[in-house]
Design a protein around this ligand. Structure first.
Ligand SMILES: CC(C)(COP(=O)(O)OP(=O)(O)OC[C@H]1O[C@@H](n2cnc3c(N)ncnc32)[C@H](O)[C@@H]1OP(=O)(O)O)[C@@H](O)C(=O)NCCC(=O)NCCS
Length: 148
């Protein structure tokens, strides 16, 4: 991401955060102890009635492989199944991006399918992998319910 596109994305995220009802939550991934923004992770409510959202994440290349994306996805899941009271959170990735699939697996999401030619990219049909978690899979959800 260039600095210009990063600034544009931050402006867009700020504008989205003011919408009512709020559907878009973009988290900045910052290094502990500094204000350096090294990535983002987002959660977007796609259907308020179904309480369903999807997630996305991207990290600066020099910070890959340190567990940051997994930490960010776990944070989104906690927000989604906690204060946002969502029922289902899903994420998609390119099957040729095993790092991204692994992040969702490590965060506890389940692989639900391989969606053939489900997107158009640069004039071509492309396949996608689908991962999801539902509220009863969320560790905090069931134990919190059982304790009540
Ligand atoms: C995908 C991405 C977010 C991962 O971020 P990250 O902070 O490096 O992820 P983590 O360190 O939390 O975990 C990465 C996992 O993928 C694994 N992995 C990475 N590349 C891999 C590869 N080519 N093959 C197999 N596993 C791979 C790592 O080993 C690690 O798993 P492990 O902890 O079991 O060893 C980062 O690579 C990125 O920003 N890519 C470009 C944008 C993108 O693809 N976003 C996702 C769109 S769906």
């Amino acid at each position: 991401m260039t600095e210009t596109s990063a600034r544009e994305m931050i402006r867009w995220a700020k504008a989205k955060s003011c919408e009512e009802p709020r559907a878009v939550f973009v988290l900045g991934v910052e290094l502990a102890g500094s204000a350096e923004l090294v990535g983002i992770a987002s959660l977007t409510v796609r259907d308020f009635a179904l309480r369903e959202a999807d997630i996305g994440f991207i990290l600066a290349r020099e910070h890959w492989g340190k567990g940051y994306a997994t930490e960010a996805v776990r944070t989104l899941l906690a927000k989604g199944f906690g204060p946002l009271n969502l029922h289902r959170i899903y994420g998609e990735c390119d099957p040729a991006n095993p790092g991204s699939a692994r992040v969702m697996e490590k965060a506890g999401m389940r692989r639900e399918g391989y969606m053939r030619e489900s997107r158009r990219q640069k004039g071509q049909w492309v396949d996608r992998l689908l991962y999801a978690m539902i509220e009863s899979d969320w560790p905090g959800g069931l134990s919190a319910g059982a304790a009540e």
